[in-house]
Write a protein of this length. Sequence first.
Length: 70
Amino acid sequence: AGVPNFFESSGRFVYKRIAVLDAPTSVSDLAERSDEIVGFIAKGLHHGSVLVHCQRGVSRSTTAVLLYLM
């Protein structure tokens, strides 16, 4: 939310925003949306590359990628 997406309006990228706080509860919040996360990453990889990031890059993005890898 606080990180600007400079290229979003270019149409070159597909964005998926999942609003999750950076808190201990974020793991369960992400787990509840695991099907959505895994599906989006899989579709992105099928069409090319995927970049997963969060504002701080500490735990939420890592958890999302781990959900996909599991």
